[in-house]
Design a binder for this molecule. Structure first.
Ligand code: NDP
Ligand code: MG
Length: 393
């Protein structure tokens, strides 16, 4: 029996996680769930999964949360604030933590789970992008098992030799990791019309149903850029070991190419319950409630090379990855500000990449190693990005 904390339970990944867990009451029980703004949803979830703790991200939410809990007759204990998130991620009773808070806000609770040696199901890619070296070092020290939930990384994990994680790519006969991406809704749109892209258009992903931030990241392909950085850390890869491949149908979720010419791909319907179930049950397999792939219905699998003029954010991320931790932390921070500003209607779609690039250019290269430095670079980059956004309004 695994005892699970679901950080970010009210989100897209959180809901899918609770859905998979609910199918296997003999294997998983819920210890804690966390949410931020969707209080009603969180309380309904708490009632349904009988969570012992319900955690709100902000301490000021306590009174509202207690009131809502009474309204929904929720018996779970209510906790609030950053420290509480870290506590339920590292409590001794917990075996498994789903890290599905979006953005930098998920870093500290995810790190707490890693340091406590949990099985960490990592959806929150921004945490790894920000703190890669520290994160992997903490996992090595504590013995935490990091299982990638991002569908591409979960696919790569499945295509690599058993127990490869943090292994040696060339020694395992691996030539390349092929990171696939659909290219999002604007793969064929006329570049001259990119300035007119609306929030609604950017939030309509052709294949996947996800939270708003990652959906916009998919449209700019910053998501693939963050995933590029994520893959480097998870699989001990360098920038030259990974090639991004456009694959609009999202049937193949990524591939590993071996020296002997073999390419191993992982396929499935685009439903996050597959990687979530894989992470929960690894090395076993469980029913995820996902519709099986029907090859009779797939007309074609096509592939292409991404163009950096269309996807400048992808190039920024790959360059930041080559540059190091300060650049990846800053880029992630700038992008969170830029995407939020786009969603609020303050800047245009093309200005997301502009804010990201100008933020990076405004900051001197430096080495960062401690958590304090990382948080400081994150804060500085946000300040600069906010300033740039104000200048654009
Ligand atoms: P959602 O926006 O759907 O959910 C985000 C979750 O985080 C919600 O529970 C939200 O609470 C909570 N949250 C938001 N802001 C804060 C904050 N400041 N402090 C604490 N909690 C907060 O996102 P997704 O589920 O789509 O994505 C979650 C993570 O998983 C992201 O890092 C994303 O990149 C990654 N991921 C997602 C995939 C997907 O298919 N959705 C695929 C691969 C990776 P509330 O809603 O109550 O405000
Ligand atoms: Mg992904």
């Amino acid at each position: 029996m695994q005892t699970v904390t679901v950080l970010g339970a009210t989100g897209s990944i959180g809901c899918s996680t609770l859905d998979v867990i609910q199918r296997h009451p003999d294997k998983y029980r819920v210890f804690a769930i966390s949410g931020y703004q969707q209080l009603d949803k969180l309380m309904k979830q708490a009632k349904q999964c009988a969570a012992r703790y319900v955690v709100l991200a902000d301490e000021r939410q306590y009174d509202d949360a207690v009131q809502k809990a009474a309204q929904y007759q929720v018996e779970s204990e209510i906790l609030c604030g950053q420290k509480a998130l870290e506590e339920v991620a590292s409590a001794p009773e917990v075996t498994t933590v789903m890290a599905a808070i979006v953005g930098a806000a998920g870093l500290l609770p995810t790190l707490a789970a890693v340091r406590a040696g949990k099985r960490v199901l990592l959806a929150n890619k921004e945490a790894l992008v920000m703190s890669g070296a520290l994160f992997i070092e903490a996992a090595n020290q504590s013995g935490a098992q990091i299982l990638p939930i991002d569908s591409e990384h979960n696919a790569i994990f499945q295509c690599l030799p058993d127990n490869f994680q943090y292994g040696d790519l060339p020694a395992s006969g691996i030539q390349q990791i092929l990171l696939t991406g659909s290219g999002g809704p604007f793969r064929t749109r006329d570049l001259a019309t990119f300035d007119a892209i609306t929030v609604e258009q950017a939030c309509a992903h052709p294949n996947w149903s996800m939270g708003r931030k990652i959906t916009v990241d998919s449209a700019t392909m910053m998501n693939k850029g963050l995933e590029f950085i994520e893959a480097c850390w998870l699989f001990g890869a360098s920038v030259d070991d990974i090639t991004v491949v456009l694959h609009p149908q999202s049937v193949i979720h990524s591939m590993v190419q071996y020296n002997d010419g073999s390419v191993i791909a992982q396929m499935g319907n685009p439903d996050m319950r597959t990687p979530i179930a894989h992470g929960l049950s690894w090395p076993a397999r469980i029913d995820a409630g996902v519709e099986q792939l029907d090859f009779a219905k797939i007309q074609a699998l096509t592939f292409d090379t991404p163009c950096y003029t269309r996807y400048p954010n992808l190039k920024l991320a790959i360059d930041a990855c080559a540059s190091g931790q300060a650049a990846t932390t800053r880029l992630n921070a700038a992008n969170e500000v830029a995407v939020a500003s786009f969603l609020e209607g303050k800047i245009s779609f093309t200005q997301i990449a502009q804010v990201n690039e100008e933020t990076l250019n405004a900051m001197e290269p430096m080495d960062v190693s401690s958590l304090q430095q990382i948080l400081e670079e994150d804060r500085r980059a946000r300040d600069i990005a906010h300033g740039l956004v104000r200048g654009l309004i």
